[in-house]
Design a binder for this molecule. Structure first.
Ligand SMILES: C[S@@+](CC[C@H](N)C(=O)[O-])C[C@H]1O[C@@H](n2cnc3c(N)ncnc32)[C@H](O)[C@@H]1O
Length: 398
């Protein structure tokens, strides 16, 4: 936080003319020594300002950080009705914004009691706690913000992990941090105007966040006195992916599934195969599914059994059968689901903590007709034949 920069920024037109007036007063009185002393005192006072306590900027009190520009750079997710935690919240600028946006619960923590007192005075309808981030508040949060603060942590990877552990299943950690130059996976010691801190290189951030889903959002505002450019990154918990190949028979689902997912070591479960195994008693299925299979099952018309699962409204049992056989992580499901029932399968998977990815493609040739259609067509044809009452032809021999 270079004093030149912050002082230059804090001088508005009104305060400038006031200062000129005071200086002129000294000059008119011929008190050059007095003027010099006054300027030295002002410089000392400014130097002694606590750069952390006077960090955020409000219209009536400008600190060393351009908080409004930082807010824009953060690109916070929608906050209405959400829970929001700001870790290292300083004077509560971002907590105030979250409340302003309609967040249901807003908590700010900071280990500087002066900052917390100021935050509570400014935003009485937010909850502020004067404590270290080693002791996070109870509960899960939809959005957690850690801005310009990671470099103060004694164990930076542990802090990131702790914050992600406090996210709701679909929550976002908004990280605003300095990225040090350098190609290696390293922490780089950086000398700043106020202290010396360690910042991660890009490769270090990539390795720290490898097990999460994350996205670089963009550059943040520069911080005077700090040579390290800042970035904003959004981090989410990585949920297992369910790749869904649900098109009718003959689309090449199994071929595509084998070629794509076997190579990537993603287990692939075949709905047809599981239903066959459950029908012949090799595996157990939930009770409703076993009842359907016991009544009427043929490996040549599995689509009829699948439709019956939806007629009886036991889609959740079918998803349970798949998940029992899919392992704990990503998996691919290869099995026909009637188009009108696909949203049901997707919402059950979301509820169970998966990210469903529906894969669709166009067939280039006709596939087998659905078993139900064949049954109808065959019955009609039988009736047609019967109605013509054709006499059997008799072969004649010469
Ligand atoms: C550079 S300021 C950033 C403030 C705010 N996040 C922002 O971007 O405007 C860093 C903040 O982290 C706080 N802080 C530092 N160490 C902390 C700790 N161990 N626990 C909680 N807060 C801490 C400081 O008091 C300070 O308010």
């Amino acid at each position: 936080m270079s004093q030149n920069v912050s002082r230059g920024r804090s001088v508005g037109i009104g305060s400038l003319s006031r200062k000129l007036g005071v200086a002129l007063g000294y000059l008119v009185r011929g008190d050059v020594r007095g003027l010099r002393e006054r300027l030295a005192n002002a410089r000392r006072a400014h130097r002694n300002r606590d750069p952390i306590t006077h960090y955020q900027s409000f219209p009536e009190a400008r600190g060393s950080s351009n908080s409004l520009e930082k807010l824009k750079a953060l690109r916070l997710p929608p906050l209405a009705g959400k829970s929001f935690l700001d870790v290292g919240c300083n004077e509560g600028f971002f907590c105030g914004f979250a409340k302003f946006q309609g967040a249901a619960r807003v908590v700010g923590i900071d280990n500087n009691p002066k900052s917390i007192a100021a935050a509570q005075a400014r935003f009485p309808d937010c909850e502020f706690l004067a404590r270290s981030w080693d002791e996070l508040p109870e509960g899960e949060f939809d959005v957690i913000l850690l801005a310009s603060a990671l470099h103060y942590a004694s164990d930076q990877p542990a802090l990131i992990k702790r914050l992600i552990d406090h996210l709701s299943p679909t929550g976002t950690l908004v990280l605003e941090l300095g990225i040090a130059p350098g190609a290696g996976d390293a922490w780089v010691k950086v000398t700043r105007a106020i202290d010396e801190r360690e910042f991660p290189t890009r490769a270090k951030i990539e390795s720290l966040l490898a097990e999460y889903a994350w996205k670089k959002i963009g550059a943040s505002v520069p911080q005077a006195g700090d040579p390290i450019p800042r970035e904003v990154i959004h981090v989410l918990k990585r949920v297992p992916i369910a790749y869904l190949l649900m098109q009718p028979s003959g689309h090449g689902k199994t071929t595509i599934s084998n070629s794509l997912f076997r190579e990537a070591k993603v287990p692939s479960v075949s709905g047809d195969y599981l239903l066959c195994l459950a029908a012949n008693g090799t595996i157990r299925a939930p009770a409703g599914i076993e009842a359907i299979l016991a009544k009427d099952f043929s490996s040549g018309r599995i689509d009829v059994s699948v439709r019956e699962i939806f007629n009886r409204r036991i889609a959740e049992e079918y998803v349970d059968l798949l998940l029992r056989n899919a392992g704990d992580g990503d998996f691919a499901f290869d099995g026909f689901i009637p188009r009108e029932h696909q949203p049901e399968i997707i919402s059950i998977l979301v509820r169970k903590g998966y990210l469903p990815v529906r894969l669709e493609w166009d067939r280039i040739a006709d596939g087998p007709s659905p078993a139900v259609h064949v049954e109808t067509a065959a019955a009609r044809y039988r009736d047609h034949l019967a109605s013509r009452r054709m006499r059997p032809t008799v072969a004649t021999t010469k």
